[in-house]
Design a protein around this ligand. Structure first.
Ligand SMILES: NC(=O)c1ccc[n+]([C@@H]2O[C@H](COP(=O)([O-])OP(=O)(O)OC[C@H]3O[C@@H](n4cnc5c(N)ncnc54)[C@H](O)[C@@H]3O)[C@@H](O)[C@H]2O)c1
Ligand SMILES: O=C(O)C(=O)C[C@@H](O)[C@H](O)[C@H](O)COP(=O)(O)O
Ligand SMILES: [Zn+2]
Length: 364
């Protein structure tokens, strides 16, 4: 049974689009209203293709559907793999009237979206996210791109999708480690802007880990609503949107240091948020009870509490120095004024930052 249970809209004027959330959508839901021409190029990977490609094809009745199947992994979110998407589009003579469709997690969504932003100077695309993380975060908001060995997501573009189709049934096939990774970004929304959602998560974290359909549907809806609200105010991260980066300055340093292999994005962000909470506490913004509340929730979500054992405070600082939020050589970090209220600042005292980094690196 195909059932769109909830619908949201990202309000961006002429670039507005729906987020459709439900069960049984793959295989049944008609996506052709969001396809401009007659042709579709599905971008997916070797893990997701055998699971969902055929069902996705059925969402485009009457359209000619081609596929490009990429290798799986964050390490392939790079220029070389991206070129394979352009190769497939050109070999099959796709034109400006093609719609690109991303079927997979955030790696596929970011790459397919970037390919769509660049191919023949931009073609439309649709997000069909299949991981928890991509359903609550990466499929919404139009950040697309690839990694560089020297920095995470360093090459990219803002390119909004035409629609986001979230079939929560796909989460039943997720590898176990991907659920906590997705939960990290869910918890992020509670910490940055939604104190009531944070309290709800404290009550439902175990239900989410065990993939309770009702709990998942609620968490996905509230996460997408939070992100859509932020993006509608600040599409290109001129200000407010930077709060969606809570934990990411530390997390991206870990991902780059480890070569985009051993740590999942969500795991690195989870630890990064704990580090941001510790820093906020050292700066006298949140108290120790609040910091402990963050630590406990992340621990219950099965997220790591220690950085890689070979990573030093200087490794962190070197990686953090290339963060995209930095301005004129000054580091800008997202910290918390209180739980449920984050902000970006360039006024973190170096002693406090080093104390946080030393504390975590010594615990590793
Ligand atoms: N653009 C944004 O706003 C944004 C936001 C958050 C994260 N991201 C990016 O997203 C990426 C992380 O995304 P992710 O956590 O989805 O990782 P991912 O895309 O690597 O997917 C995780 C793993 O799950 C597999 N998989 C996907 N769906 C599956 C399913 N239904 N069943 C079984 N296996 C499945 C994938 O093949 C992969 O092995 C990072 O590159 C991160 O930088 C982007
Ligand atoms: O959408 C945003 O804005 C975010 O920051 C969401 C993040 O969860 C996501 O990881 C994003 O890709 C980070 O972007 P970046 O600009 O810090 O590379
Ligand atoms: Zn993220």
């Amino acid at each position: 049974m195909s059932d769109v249970r909830r619908e949201l809209r990202v309000e961006l004027g002429e670039r507005s689009y729906p987020i459709l959330i439900g069960t049984g959508l793959l295989g049944h839901y008609d996506l052709t209203p969001w396809v401009m021409g007659d042709r579709v190029m599905v971008v997916t990977n070797e893990t997701v293709a055998p699971l969902y490609r055929d069902r996705l094809d059925a969402c485009f009745p009457g359209k000619q559907v081609d596929h490009v199947v990429l290798p799986d992994g964050e390490a392939y979110k790079d220029q070389e793999t991206l070129t394979r998407v352009y190769d497939a589009l050109l070999e099959k003579r796709h034109t400006r009237r093609t719609t690109v469709v991303a079927l997979g997690g955030g790696v596929i969504g970011d790459m397919a979206g970037f390919a769509a932003a660049c191919y023949q100077r931009g073609v439309p695309f649709i997000q069909v996210p299949t991981t928890l993380l991509s359903q609550v975060d990466s499929s919404v908001g139009g950040k697309t791109g690839i990694n560089h060995p020297l920095g995470k997501n360093m090459i990219g573009a803002f390119h909004q999708p035409e629609a986001v189709l979230i079939d929560t049934d796909t989460l039943t096939t997720l590898p176990e480690r991907e659920v906590p990774a997705g939960l990290a970004e869910v918890i992020k929304y509670g910490l940055i802007r939604e104190p009531e959602f944070l309290a709800w998560l404290e009550e439902h974290v175990e239900a989410l880990l065990s993939l309770s359909p009702d709990a998942l549907a609620e968490a996905i809806y509230r996460s997408c609503a939070c992100k859509a609200g932020v993006v509608a105010v600040d599409e290109r991260e001129g200000g407010l949107r930077a709060i969606l980066n809570l934990g990411h300055t530390f997390g991206h340093a870990i991902e780059t240091h480890t070569g985009y292999g051993s740590w999942l994005h969500g795991e690195a962000v989870g630890l990064g948020m704990l580090m941001a909470a510790d820093l906020s506490c050292r700066m006298g913004l949140i108290n120790e009870i609040e910091r402990e509340r963050v630590r406990r929730l992340l621990q219950r979500a099965h997220l790591p509490a220690r950085p890689p054992s070979d990573m030093t405070p200087d490794d962190f600082l070197r990686r953090m120095a290339v963060d995209k939020k930095n301005v004129d050589g000054r580091m800008r970090l997202v910290i918390m004024r209180q739980l449920g209220e984050a902000f970006v600042t360039d006024e973190v005292e170096p002693e406090n930052l080093r104390a946080t980094l030393t504390h975590f690196c010594e615990s590793a």
